[in-house]
Design a protein around this ligand. Structure first.
Ligand code: ATP
Ligand code: MG
Length: 177
């Protein structure tokens, strides 16, 4: 069997599809026999459909929310409680990536946490350089840090052509959350 080359993959950009493409990869991976963990930074207030669908897969596909919902944007400094949750989330992410339990770990919205200065890009980059060799990692969220883009093997930028939201159509259950 070919040696597993653990990839670092980034989904970034302003268009829709970053998280859902990562979840789609998770779906593909679990079907291929890989063990998949999704850690959602920031998220915690909305009840996303994937929480229930992934629960039906059992131990081989798991998802956890590590935040409490949207952080205030434009705030001068992030709320210390949000920073504390991101720091605890990163410690959990490292523990899980080191555990040997998972073949694919999805760090959903981690780019967002980094771009709002709640997590240091250099710390994430240093860890990813010495992550377990066979482990695949997907990082999602707008404004991916250049140091992480450089380090990654595959980077996709979602471009917004248009979005229903601009016509005043509110987020639709099952499509947006
Ligand atoms: P999705 O979760 O649908 O794959 P995403 O991960 O690319 O979207 P995020 O930046 O994480 O997008 O946005 C979170 C929420 O905002 C989701 O409910 C998403 O569907 C919605 N969304 C994504 N892009 C846009 C956009 N350009 N305008 C308005 N809402 C958006
Ligand atoms: Mg997302």
């Amino acid at each position: 069997m070919a040696e597993t080359h653990g990839l670092i993959v980034i989904h970034t950009g302003p268009g829709k599809g970053k998280t859902t493409a990562a979840l789609g990869t998770g779906l593909r991976a679990v079907g291929a026999g890989l063990r998949v963990l999704v850690l959602q930074f920031i998220k915690g207030s909305w009840h996303y459909g994937e929480l229930d669908s992934i629960a039906s897969f059992g131990d081989r596909f798991q998802i956890r929310q590590l935040g409490r919902g949207f952080v205030k944007i434009g705030a001068e400094k992030p709320d210390p409680e949000d920073v504390r949750m991101v720091e605890a989330g990163w410690a959990e992410a490292v523990r899980e990536m080191e555990s040997g339990v998972w073949d694919l770990v999805i760090l959903d919205e981690i780019n967002y946490a980094i771009s709002y200065h709640m997590l240091d890009a250099a710390v994430v980059a240093e860890y990813l350089k010495r992550k377990p060799e066979g482990l695949h990692v997907i990082l999602t969220g707008r404004n991916a840090h250049p140091a992480l883009v450089e380090l990654a093997d595959t980077v996709t930028e979602m471009r917004e052509v248009k979005h229903a939201y601009q016509k005043g159509i509110l987020a639709q259950r099952g499509i947006e959350y």
